[in-house]
Design a protein. Structure first.
Length: 368
């Protein structure tokens, strides 16, 4: 550390000590030249900030993030430039960034928002999630394509606020609803397979009245007059599980675990014809459009697939069809980098190891 930096630190400490000695308190933060969130050492501004914080609490208490309300005595007013009159953000822990009171989408700080907005992310199964599943319900291992509640939780936290409703039309063993439970959202789900449905009930009993064991193609019958705040799901990746080979099939068969979703003829995962599958799965999401409030987002996690040497752009086809009604906003690429590679196609032709999924982000935009 050079001399000038040391001097700045010492000077700040002296100023703060003198400020506190006079009986003053810090209620206002801004960003310094190094883009750090730091306190403003000005008596008049801090007195105004204290008054403004009291007004904010009275006006926004029921609309503030729970962690801010529960720790309100530590909350400070914030403005990047230190403009007290135009300040509309608050800070709890400076290292976590500031929360803008104009944020109508979620309860994230600007720093948390920026982190999530990256167009790709690496995520692998977490041991804590697997342990939680097994501790509550041993049957969760039966499902051949589970998702981490933590990953679903991350999406839920970005696209909703506490208390909002979240729908998963392909609920599986209930990972989305576990994510809702962890984040104080209200989960709803549909699952065709009774065994997986029972696992979801055990994992998220709080939402037992919001879960339906049935066919998502009847979703409007199940949720009449509902207007959900968010929808997130991962449909079957066509009939890919019916074509499982190699170690996946061998290991799961040896343990007596499911290799495919079901033997039910109505199961979307058992439709062999690509066009028919695409028609059926997109029809469900088009039905969901009418069950979302205006401005609500829907995230569909899916990937492109291969069958008999041919590439099928499943994710892109779903996006293309749904964008005729929804507004396709973006995509977020999910990468699994812990899956072992195999010499597919060797030594004759190109065949990729597909280790990424598309998280399609669409929105209902009918603002009046």
């Amino acid at each position: 550390m050079n001399v000038s930096v040391k001097k700045k630190i010492v000077d700040k400490k002296v100023l703060l000590n003198d400020f506190f000695k006079d009986g003053n308190e810090i209620y206002f933060f801004h960003k310094n030249g190094e883009r750090e969130i730091v306190p403003i050492i000005n008596k008049e501004k801090n007195e105004k900030a204290k008054q403004k914080l009291n007004e904010i609490y009275s006006k926004y208490k029921n609309r503030l993030p729970k962690k801010f309300v529960e720790n309100w005595e530590r909350v400070k007013l914030f403005d990047t430039k230190g403009d007290i009159d135009n300040a509309h953000a608050i800070v709890l822990y400076p290292e976590e960034g500031s929360y803008d009171l104009k944020n109508n989408l979620n309860y994230m700080t600007g720093k948390e928002w920026t982190t999530f907005s990256c167009s790709w992310f690496i995520f692998n199964a977490l041991l804590k999630d697997i342990k939680e599943e097994r501790d509550i319900c041993q049957d969760t291992e039966d499902h051949p394509a589970t998702y981490s509640p933590t990953m679903m939780e991350n999406f839920i936290k970005f696209f909703t606020k506490e208390g909002m409703s979240v729908l998963d039309p392909f609920m599986g063993i209930g990972s989305t609803l576990v994510g809702c439970k962890r984040t104080d959202r209200v989960g709803y789900g549909i699952e065709l397979n009774q065994k997986y449905f029972n696992s979801a009930l055990k994992r998220a009993p709080e939402f037992k009245n919001n879960m339906i064991c049935g066919d998502s193609r009847k979703i409007k019958e199940y949720f009449k007059n509902m207007k959900f705040d968010f929808c997130i799901s991962s449909p079957p990746y066509w009939d890919v599980l019916n074509r499982s080979t190699g170690s996946f099939e061998k290991i799961r068969s040896a343990k007596g675990l499911d290799i495919k979703y079901s033997n039910n003829n109505t199961d979307l995962g058992n439709i062999a014809d690509y066009k028919k599958f695409l028609e059926e799965v997109t029809k469900i999401y088009l039905e969901i459009y009418d069950l979302l409030r205006d401005g609500a987002y829907i995230v569909i996690i899916v990937k492109n697939v291969k069958k008999e040497g041919k590439f099928y752009p499943l994710a892109w086809d779903i996006a293309k069809i749904l964008s005729q009604k929804y507004t396709l906003k973006d995509e977020k690429i999910w990468i699994q980098d812990k899956i072992g590679l195999a010499p597919y196609g060797y030594p004759h032709s190109w065949t990729a190891n597909i280790l990424h999924h598309y998280c399609l982000i669409l929105r209902k935009e009918e603002f009046k």
